[in-house]
Design a protein around this ligand. Structure first.
Ligand code: SF4
Length: 497
C-alpha cells in the first residue's frame, strides 16, 4: 500500500509510521509526492508549554475522510531521546486511530510494535509505577486491548514468582550455545540450520571452535567470580550431532563453566524428533540436563511434509514417550498456529493430540513470514489462514492451555507475524523455563557462543545493551572463532569491572 504522507519532515518518524502501516497492509510504502497513492495522511504537530498536540486526517481516493487527534502533557525538562519517543508515540497513536477507523481492524497490541512488550511492563514496574498506572498507560497511551494488558500482567506476575530475584540478576550471566545443524531445513526457518548430512568435516571443526569458546569464556567467568544462571543449547538442532559429540561437549561444559551444579537450568533443544535416540537421551541424563524440547509444530502429517520436516507424527509421539520413559521430566513442545493448509479444525486436532502427551510446557508460536525463509520467497505456494481464523486458533490455544493447567509465562512478538499476534510460552506450575524469561526480559547478559549465537551484554547497573553476533555460517565461524571469543571477553572486561 502506497500512502502519501504530508506534514512530517523529520525522517526519524518514517520508520514508526511504516511499522504502524504494516500492521494493516502487507507492505507499506510512505510517499512524499502525490501520485499513485490510494491513501493520503496529513498531520499537524504543535508543541507549546510542554503540551504536544497532533491532529491527523486520512483521505481515500474516493474522498472519504477520517480524523483523529491526541494531546499530551509532557513531563518537565524532557529532552533528547525521551522527548522524541513521546512525540513518536503520540504520532503513532493518531496514525493507528486513523487506520483502524478506515480498515475496521482493531489492533489488540495498539501502537506497540516491538518484540518484547513485557520488558516495557517490567521497566515501568522497576521505575516504581503502580499496577494501575501501568494499566492506564497501556490503555490510554498505547491503545492496547484489555485482553493484552491482562496477558502481560499475568506473565509479569508469574515471572516474578518463578524468579523472585529477577531484578537483581544483572551480576550473573546466562549462556546460549548455538549448534547450526539440522537434519533438513524447515520452510519457515531463518535460523542458522545447515543440513548435517555430508558435512562431518565442518561439524568437527565447528565443535573444535565451540569447545575453545566454552573453555575461554568459562575461564574468564571463573576468574571474575561471575555465576551462570542458565545455559541453553539451541541452533539448529543441538541433538543433530552424535551422542559421542554431545558427551564431549557437555563434559567440556562441566569442566570449563563455573559451579555447574548450581546453574538453575540447562536446556537442550532436541527440537527435531528425528534426531533423538536412546544413546543421546542417556547422554542428556548423564549430564543432568534439566529441560528438553521435542517439537511437533503440528500433528498433521501433510503439514510436516509441506514445511520440509522430514519426520512423522508418530515419531514425535514415540520420541516423547522414549524421553519420558528415560526420566526426562521437563519436556517442552512447540506448536505453530497458521501453518500452510491448516485452519481451526487442524489446530484443534493438534491441541487434542497434545492433551494425550501433556508435556510440562507448550510454546505456541504464530507463523511469521521472515524475510529470508523459503516460505516467504515462495509465498504463493503456501496458503495460510485468514486473520480471523488465526485469531480463533489463538483463542482456542488460550482456552486449551487454561483448561489443561498451563499458564502463560513469557511472550514475544515478531514482525510479519500472522494476525499481528504473538508467541506465548505456557507452562505447568514450576516448569517455566528460566532461560526463556531471561532472554525475553533482558535483565542480564546472555553470552552467545557457537554459530549464529547473538550475545547481549547488559550493563549490570545502567542496563544499557551492547549486542554482538557470532557469524551464522560454520565456515566463517571455524576461521575466526578465536577472534569472536576475544571480542566478547573484551566487552565483558569493560562491563563487569
Ligand atoms: S528444526 Fe528448527 S532450526 Fe532446524 S530447520 Fe527446522 S525450524 Fe530451523
Amino acid at each position: 500500500m502506497r500512502i502519501y504522507i504530508k506534514g512530517i519532515e523529520d525522517e526519524r518518524f518514517y520508520r514508526p509510521l511504516t511499522l504502524i502501516g504494516n500492521l494493516f497492509f502487507e507492505e507499506t510504502e510512505l510517499c512524499f509526492t502525490k501520485g499513485d497513492t490510494p491513501l493520503e495522511a496529513e498531520f499537524f504537530i504543535e508543541e507549546e508549554n510542554g503540551m504536544i498536540s497532533i491532529a491527523g486526517t486520512l483521505q481515500t481516493e474516493a474522498g472519504q475522510q477520517f480524523h483523529a487527534k491526541k494531546q499530551k502533557q509532557l513531563p518537565e525538562e524532557l529532552e533528547g531521546k525521551e522527548h522524541l519517543r513521546q512525540v513518536k508515540n503520540t504520532l503513532s497513536y493518531v496514525y493507528l486511530t486513523l487506520l483502524q477507523e478506515y480498515t475496521g481492524i482493531i489492533q489488540k497490541w495498539g501502537i506497540l510494535t516491538g518484540i518484547r512488550p513485557t520488558k516495557l511492563y517490567h521497566k515501568k514496574r522497576q521505575e516504581g509505577m503502580s499496577e494501575e498506572a501501568i494499566h492506564r498507560m497501556f490503555k490510554e497511551e498505547y491503545l492496547l486491548s484489555e485482553e493484552k494488558i491482562q496477558l502481560m500482567k499475568q506473565i509479569v506476575q508469574r515471572q516474578l514468582e518463578v524468579i523472585p530475584d529477577l531484578d537483581h540478576l544483572s551480576n550473573e550471566v546466562s549462556i546460549y550455545v548455538g549448534i547450526p545443524f539440522c537434519p533438513t531445513k524447515c520452510a519457515y526457518c531463518t535460523f542458522p540450520a545447515y543440513a548435517i548430512n555430508g558435512r562431518q568435516g565442518s561439524v568437527t571443526s565447528f565443535l573444535g571452535g565451540l569447545h575453545y569458546e566454552m573453555r575461554e569464556i568459562g575461564r574468564w567467568l571463573k576468574e571474575k567470580g561471575i555465576k551462570i544462571t542458565t545455559v541453553y543449547y539451541g541452533g539448529g538442532t543441538p541433538t543433530s550431532i552424535t551422542a559421542e559429540e554431545m558427551d564431549m561437549l557437555y563434559e567440556e561444559m562441566v569442566e570449563s563453566f563455573p559451579d555447574v551444579k548450581n546453574i538453575r537450568e540447562i536446556t537442550v533443544e532436541a527440537g527435531r524428533p528425528d534426531t533423538i535416540t536412546k544413546e543421546k537421551l542417556e547422554v542428556l541424563n548423564k549430564y543432568k540436563i534439566d529441560r528438553i524440547s521435542i517439537n511437533p509444530q503440528s500433528y498433521i502429517q501433510s503439514t510436516l511434509k509441506a514445511i520440509g520436516r522430514h519426520h512423522t507424527v508418530e515419531e514425535t509421539i514415540e520420541k516423547f514417550h522414549l524421553a519420558r520413559s528415560m526420566g526426562m521430566n521437563n519436556i517442552n513442545m512447540d506448536l505453530i498456529i497458521g501453518l500452510p493448509g491448516e485452519g481451526v479444525e487442524e489446530f484443534d486436532y493438534t491441541l487434542a493430540e497434545s492433551a494425550k502427551l501433556m508435556p510440562e510446557s507448550i510454546t505456541v508460536h504464530t507463523l511469521s513470514f521472515k524475510r529470508a525463509s523459503e516460505m516467504t520467497k515462495n509465498k504463493h505456494k503456501y496458503k495460510v489462514a485468514s486473520r480471523e481464523e488465526i485469531g480463533t486458533m489463538m483463542d482456542h490455544a488460550v482456552d486449551w492451555t487454561n483448561e489443561h493447567g498451563y499458564a502463560p509465562y513469557y511472550l514475544y512478538r515478531q514482525k510479519n507475524i500472522l494476525g499481528n499476534l504473538e508467541n506465548v510460552g505456557y507452562a505447568q506450575k514450576g516448569q517455566d523455563s528460566i532461560y526463556n524469561i531471561m532472554i525475553m526480559e533482558e535483565q542480564q547478559t546472555i553470552i552467545g557462543i557457537g554459530c549464529g549465537a547473538a550475545s547481549k551484554f547488559v550493563h549490570p547497573e545502567t542496563r544499557k545493551i551492547t549486542q554482538f553476533a557470532n557469524p551464522k555460517d560454520p565456515k566463517s565461524y571455524n576461521d575466526h572463532f578465536e577472534h569472536y571469543t576475544t571480542e566478547k571477553i573484551n566487552i565483558m572486561e569493560e562491563l563487569f569491572n
